[in-house]
Design a protein. Sequence first.
Length: 257
Amino acid sequence: MYRKPSLFVLCSLLLLLSACVSKSKYVQLEAEHADAKHKLKYTETRLGYTDESREKCIDSLADCQGRFKEKEGEKVQLSQEMEGLQVSLEESQTTIAKQTKVIRDLHATRIKIESSLKEQIENQEIKLEEIEGKLKVTLVDKILFDTGKVELAKRGKEVLLELADTLRENKDQNIVVEGHTDDVPIGLGLIEKYPTNWELSAVRAVGVVRFLQEKGWLEPERLTATGYSYYKPLASNDTAAGRRQNRRIEIILVPKR
C-alpha cells in the first residue's frame, strides 16, 4: 500500500533544494561582482588617463594662448613698423619729387639764360655752372662796371635786364648776389668812400640787387647781397689774367626750401 512521505522527509527535501538554489545564485553573484570590480578598475584607469590628458590639454592650451598673445604683439609691432616705413617712403617720394622739380627748373632756367645771353657766354664774359643743386651765373666785372666805378655801366644794365626776364619767371628760386674783387688796393678816386675791397665788393653787389629789384621787377624778398672782398679768388692774384677772373659778380640761384 502506497504511503505518503513523512513530513520530515518532505521538509528535508525542501531545505536541500533551497540550499542548492542559493549556492548557485551566490556563485553567479560572485562572478558578477568580480566582473563589476574589473570594469570599475578599468574605468578608474581610463579616468586617470583622461585626467592626465585633460591636464596636458590645459597646459597646451595655455601655451598656445601665450604664443598667440606673443604673436599678436609681434603683429602689432610689425604693423607699426610698416606704417613707419610707409610714412618714410611717402616722405622720400615727396623729397625726390621736389628735388626732381628743382633740377628740372634749374635746367630750364639755364637753357633760357644760355639763349638770351648767348653772345656774352661765347665771349666768356658770362659763365654758367650747376653746383650742388644751385645755378651760378658768373659775370666778369668789366661787363657790369667801368674800371674804378661802382655804378652799373649801360651794357651791364642791358645784361641784367635780360637776366631778370628769365629769373622773374621762376619764383621758387632765391637770388644771392656776391661781389668779389682782386687784391689790388683801392685807388685814390674811391678810397675816401670805399677804404677797402670789402666795401667795394659789397657796394657793387648791392648795386646789382637794387637794379634787379627796381628795374628788373624781381621781388626783394628773393634777393640777397654779399661782399667777399678778395678772399674767395678763382685764380692767383699774381697775374693780370688771374686778377681779371677774380674781379666778378656771381649771381647764384638757390631753390627755396
